[in-house]
Ligand binder design. Structure first.
Ligand code: DOR
Ligand code: ZN
Ligand code: ZN
Length: 430
């Protein structure tokens, strides 16, 4: 057999020795201890290979806000960070809350994305849900901080009657509580960046999480809760997971690695929804094994938008190009193992979002691979990044380990920091 491409001398954790990966028509066709024949060989030089990373939560701002990011720059950032699949959020202009807008975003992304992409659908109009369903959204996404309780119940009711039940993804923060604190704190003329923790306190997340759990349990409806910031929220989720609630959880690199002390250094660069928490409220790194996935919530803005005052500055932090190296650095410190990194960034996102050909290095799967050099060392610098967002609260952090090559469906799309042209495919739950 002559393969299109063979990756020579790969390390596949936790297996011992070297492996040869035979790739044909973009799929993994053979994983062998013996050398394989091919038109093209790439020597992986005994580096580790992982399944291409999957980011279930990015904001590529395309269409409508492309001065912040677009599908080209966002997907280049993804490839640079070792990601081969991303799922884009609906809060673009227009939002993907109608079948027409959803189809338009598929068309835009098909032209520009260099990685495979899925799309979350917005929910504003119950009538559109069935129409959008036919276009296979990654999930229906609802911002609980923007809708009333009654609408949330209606959405659960409606989605639970569709077969197969489409996943509901939630930004969980209680709207009334946030409005209450916003009025109170504005009247008190608060303006320090760290006051943002008071505008959107942990209790606002915990209440929304409790409400989401109660509805997910009642309707037995698959529900994914985004970017957890509070340990108490995680405890509620874990409790209900043990009691048959079909719910999954997510944490971002910033909620994991930063805390409310970082507002002192970074000001509103560190502003994000939900806010960073104090060390005793946040989820400790040691509890990563209680969480299903890490997603970046890559949320780019301009520096001008970030440098406004407390109330006007845009919330959001870009993270596609930092997360893998942040985690590999913790691997060297023995705070996380490679199996966990693989579950959190590959296997569990593939399982939760039903991306059947992604997330595993196995025969028959898409040949989506990230080659990791565990010895790569450096410090984060925005100048090295492909995202349009010119800031990161991880600037200057030293790392050990990173992606040196990204392969999407058998095609090299990043090598040693250089990204290449590619045509990403629309992917959806199967
Ligand atoms: O910080 C955030 N930024 N949280 C969100 O929920 C939205 C996001 C954005 O789109 O900028
Ligand atoms: Zn959110
Ligand atoms: Zn988000």
């Amino acid at each position: 057999m002559l393969y299109d491409l063979v990756l020579d001398n790969c390390k596949i954790h936790p297996l011992k020795g070297n492996y040869y990966l035979g790739i044909e028509e973009g799929k993994i066709k053979n994983i062998s201890r013996q050398p394989l024949k091919a038109d093209t060989h790439i020597d992986i030089e005994e580096n580790l290979i992982l399944p291409g990373l999957i980011d279930a939560h990015v904001h590529f701002r395309d269409p409508g806000l492309t001065y912040k990011e677009d599908f080209k720059s966002g997907s280049q950032a993804a490839a640079h960070g070792g990601f081969t699949s991303i799922l884009d959020m609906p809060n673009t202009i227009p939002p993907t809350n109608t079948a027409k807008n959803f189809q338009e975003k598929i068309d835009v992304a098909s032209k520009k994305s260099i990685v495979d992409f899925g799309l979350h659908a917005g929910v504003d109009n119950l009538e559109e849900i069935e129409k959008i369903s036919t276009l296979n959204p990654a999930s229906f996404k609802l911002f609980m901080d923007l809708v009333d309780d009654h609408f949330l119940v209606q959405v659960f009711e409606k989605l639970s009657r569709i077969a197969p039940k489409p996943l509901l993804t939630l930004h969980a923060e209680n709207k009334d509580l946030i409005e209450h604190y916003r009025e109170k704190l504005q009247a008190e003329n608060k303006k320090e960046p760290q006051d943002y923790c008071l505008v959107r306190p942990a209790i606002a997340e915990e209440m929304a999480v409790a409400q989401a759990l109660s509805l997910s349990h009642h309707y037995q409806h698959p529900t994914h809760i985004c970017h957890l910031s509070s340990d108490r929220s995680l405890q509620l989720i874990n409790y209900m997971q043990e009691n048959g609630c079909p719910v999954s959880s997510e944490i971002t690199p910033h909620h994991l690695f930063l805390d409310s002390n970082d507002y002192k250094k970074w000001g509103n660069i560190a502003k994000t929804n939900p806010p960073l928490r104090s060390p005793w409220v946040k989820i400790p790194f040691s509890k990563l094994d209680k969480i299903d996935i890490i997603a970046t919530d890559h949320a780019p803005h301009t520096l001008e938008e970030k440098e406004k005052g407390l109330w006007e500055a845009s919330p959001g932090i870009p993270n596609l190009e930092t997360v893998l190296s942040l985690l590999l650095t913790q691997f060297h410190k023995k705070n996380i193992n490679l199996e966990q990194i693989k579950s959190l960034l590959c296997e569990n996102p593939a399982r939760i979002f039903n991306l059947k050909n992604k997330g595993f290095i196995k025969k028959g799967m898409d040949a989506d691979i990230v080659v990791v050099d565990l010895k790569l060392e450096g410090a984060f610098k925005v100048d090295d990044f492909y995202t349009k967002a010119p800031y990161t609260p991880f600037s200057g952090w030293k790392y050990q380990g990173g992606a040196i090559m990204t392969i999407s469906q058998g095609k090299v799309i990043m090598e040693e920091g250089q990204v290449f042209k590619n045509k990403g495919h629309y992917i959806y739950p199967l």
